[in-house]
Design a binder for this molecule. Structure first.
Ligand SMILES: Cc1cc2nc3c(=O)[nH]c(=O)nc-3n(C[C@H](O)[C@H](O)[C@H](O)COP(=O)(O)OP(=O)(O)OC[C@H]3O[C@@H](n4cnc5c(N)ncnc54)[C@H](O)[C@@H]3O)c2cc1C
Length: 417
């Protein structure tokens, strides 16, 4: 049997900008790429009356991304089960001694890694963030409590490692099928069709940068609510890993070299730093990321009783009677996407106006968002709930004031309510 090496793909479904895939191919061993559908995908969420954490739209998006990766690599095994069990069986089947993967941030990803490492030689590579944790001017355990301090520190010692090209290697395993294949209906009001693939991600990157030069006005438009180009819409591809953070960064720098840098081009990198920040915070706090009281043991969360359940049910259906909030939920539920402004207002309303535990809202977002990212989702919810990385104890968004400012003519509410 040819000695082999396993590459465990998860939220890193791309061939480029991929240190784990690169290292596995450089080992000279036969590379065996595998994607594993873990049991949590179909398990009922305790907050969602039997719904699974992985909703149908994201499942479809991920399935498309897996399929595209199979085409790009020339083969990819798809298996179901606990990663440690699946990988141990594959290691035996293919005579592999080592497994490479991209290091995860969420507690469940770290748990899976620990279980694999207990049985096999697991090599973790840092490929999910723009900045490599080893290049930070502090230990991950000392990640600053406030984003501005984090940003100031990393900007003073700025280092982004180059995005690696796709390795030229022939993969000799079959293209196995995924369980999820159903096509979700597309709402006619959806401004942008999200297709899960590295090619679609690159096409969107090109569209937002050189194609339309929308990047040059990002800072002015990023609080928009309607349309395809008020913000980059890179998040679904960054979350599934079809787009790498370093290749995104390099594209922004190349754009700046050609068309000029300004506040807007800086601001997109600034937002990518928020993404990194929440990933590092997730690593720093581990399971506390899901603690109802928050990262630093604030007051206990409100009780999850019948009053809370009724309020949550109305909120989740977009039936609160608050038109801006309802419009946000209708958009999320119908499309799997919601603007950053809409997410902030909807989250604040659930936590501060309805007094519901932030984890119920985070679970609803997790189920529906095609860009769900465990660190960014929990980090932003905690932030708004005043239980995370925010110097202000209460970050309430007044929905009427927000509607007046960001939807003055009511076009957004008319579109979705
Ligand atoms: C309650 C709540 C939940 C959220 N859940 C998620 C989530 O599950 N997944 C997710 O990717 N983003 C999440 N966000 C952050 C943000 O809303 C989305 O990243 C953004 O709206 C995606 O649209 P875009 O790609 O056009 O962003 P752009 O404005 O174009 O920003 C570019 C990229 O920067 C990153 N980014 C921007 N804002 C943030 C932020 N506040 N936190 C972390 N990263 C950011 C994203 O990767 C984004 O794609 C959440 C925000 C809130 C308030």
């Amino acid at each position: 049997m040819t000695p082999s090496v396993l590459i465990w793909f998860r939220n890193d479904l791309r061939p480029t900008d991929h240190p784990a895939w690169h290292a596995a191919c450089a080992s000279g061993l036969r590379p065996i790429p595998v994607f594993i559908e873990e049991p949590w995908r179909t398990e009922a969420s305790p907050w969602l009356d039997g719904r699974p954490a992985l909703g149908a739209r994201r499942a479809q998006f991920v399935a498309e991304s897996v399929h595209a990766l199979q085409e790009a690599l020339g083969g990819l095994l798809v298996r179901r089960g606990e990663p440690a069990t699946v990988l141990a069986a594959l290691a035996e089947e293919y005579g592999a001694t080592q497994v490479h993967c991209t290091a995860g941030h969420a507690p469940y990803e770290r748990n899976d890694e620990a279980a694999v490492a207990a049985r096999l030689d697991l090599v973790r590579h840092e490929g999910a963030t723009l900045l490599h944790p080893d290049d930070l001017p502090f230990d991950l355990a000392d990640t600053p409590e406030v984003f501005t301090r984090f940003r100031n520190k990393v900007e003073r010692k700025w280092k982004v490692r180059p995005a690696l090209p796709a390795p030229a290697v022939a993969v000799d395993v079959p293209k196995e099928a995924q369980a999820v294949t159903a096509k979700e209906p597309v709402d006619a009001r959806l401004a942008l069709t999200y297709e899960g693939s590295h090619q679609a991600a690159r096409a969107r990157l090109h569209h937002y940068l050189d194609g339309t030069r929308a990047l040059s006005t990002y800072k002015e438009t990023r609080n928009g609510l309607i349309g395809a180009d008020y913000s980059s819409k890179f998040s679904p591809w960054l979350a599934s890993g079809a787009l790498g953070p370093r290749e995104t960064y390099e594209a922004i720098r190349a754009y700046e070299a050609q068309h000029g840098a300004n506040d807007s081009t800086y601001w997109l990198v600034f937002e990518l730093l928020w993404r990194d920040y929440f990933a590092f915070v997730a690593r720093q706090f581990g399971p506390r990321l899901y603690a109802g009281s928050g990262l630093r043991a604030a007051a206990p969360p409100p009780p999850w009783n019948s009053r809370a359940r009724t309020a949550f049910d109305r909120w989740s259906r977009g039936a609160t009677g608050q038109p801006f909030v309802d419009a946000c939920l209708h958009e999320l539920n119908a499309t799997g996407f919601l603007s950053n402004r809409g997410r902030q207002v909807a989250a604040s309303y659930l936590v501060h106006d309805l007094g519901v535990d932030w984890r119920a809202g985070a679970a609803w977002f997790e189920h529906h968002l095609i860009d769900h990212d465990p660190a960014s989702n929990a980090g932003n919810w905690l932030y708004i709930a005043g239980r995370g990385n925010d110097p202000r104890p209460v970050r309430r968004f007044n929905p009427e004031g927000q509607a007046e400012r960001y939807d003055p003519d009511g076009a957004y509410r008319d579109l979705w309510v």
